[in-house]
Write a protein that binds this ligand. Structure first.
Ligand code: ZN
Length: 98
């Protein structure tokens, strides 16, 4: 398997950034993000946020943990929204009828 058949879960992208994936899985994520603009964007956002956190040495570990958690939640939310937007089976929310 050279690439992932579907977009990886944001948690998998986070593990990829952490370097905690097996080399085969990391290669698959690497190949997928080289061909998928959406995942490449999510990965770039995660990298930027982590760089910002690492450059802010005055932050406490608790604050860093909160930022990392917030970034992960935003990434998962973005993934879910984009996934729903591209899935024709998911109907958009209907407007309330008066
Ligand atoms: Zn993707």
């Amino acid at each position: 398997m050279d690439s992932l058949p579907v977009c990886p879960d944001p948690a998998l992208l986070a593990a990829y950034l952490d370097g905690t994936l097996f080399s085969r899985d990391a290669s698959a994520v690497d190949h997928h993000t080289s061909t998928c603009a959406r995942c490449a964007g999510i990965l770039a956002a995660m990298r930027a946020d982590r760089a910002a956190v690492q450059s802010s040495k005055w932050l406490s570990p608790w604050t860093i943990g909160g930022v990392v958690t917030a970034v992960t939640i935003v990434a998962i939310g973005t993934w879910v929204v984009l996934r729903g937007a591209t899935n024709p089976d998911v109907a958009p929310p209907s407007a309330p009828t008066a």
